[in-house]
Each structure stands twice: as structure tokens, then as C-alpha cells.
Design a protein around this ligand. Structure first.
Ligand code: FES
Length: 79
């Protein structure tokens, strides 16, 4: 993980089925999704790719300490 550059609370987003790349570097301009900024800034961490199987909302971890990455497990409340 890089230095914290955004809010540590999760981002809740409506998803459709398919492979999603969730930003783990915090530099994306399209949070919670990766926009390739990790490569442009060479921050040493990349996205977690996850297959979404059905329509619905997901809570994407932004503190990067969840034990269920890329999804929130409530750990941000203990930081
Ligand atoms: S932009 Fe953050 S992991 Fe890709």
C-alpha cells in the first residue's frame, strides 16, 4: 500500500457481471476502479481483479487493510 491519499471509507458501487479491476494504489481517477495510474506513477502496487457474477452493489475497500480484499470487511472502523 502507498501513502493514504483518499478517504478510508469503502466506496459502494453498483456492478454488472464481468471482470472488474479494483484500484489498490489509491491514485485512480475513477475510484474504486483502476484507471492505469498505478503503472503511470510506478507506485509498486496494482489492482485486484475480481469476477462479478451478478448485478448488485459491492462495498470496495479503500483503507486497503480488509481481510476480504477488494471488498470491505469493516476494518476501516478500527484504524
Ligand atoms: S490505478 Fe490504482 S491500482 Fe491501478
Amino acid at each position: 500500500m502507498t501513502d493514504q491519499i483518499h478517504d478510508t471509507r469503502p466506496i459502494v458501487v453498483a456492478e454488472t457481471p464481468g471482470k472488474k479491476a479494483y484500484c489498490m494504489c489509491g491514485h485512480s481517477g475513477n475510484l474504486p476502479h483502476c484507471d492505469g495510474a498505478h503503472a503511470r506513477k510506478d507506485v509498486g502496487v496494482g489492482p485486484i481483479v475480481h469476477e462479478i457474477t451478478e448485478n448488485g452493489t459491492v462495498s470496495v475497500c479503500q483503507c486497503h487493510q480488509s481481510c476480504n480484499l477488494p471488498f470491505c470487511d469493516g476494518t476501516h472502523n478500527k484504524l
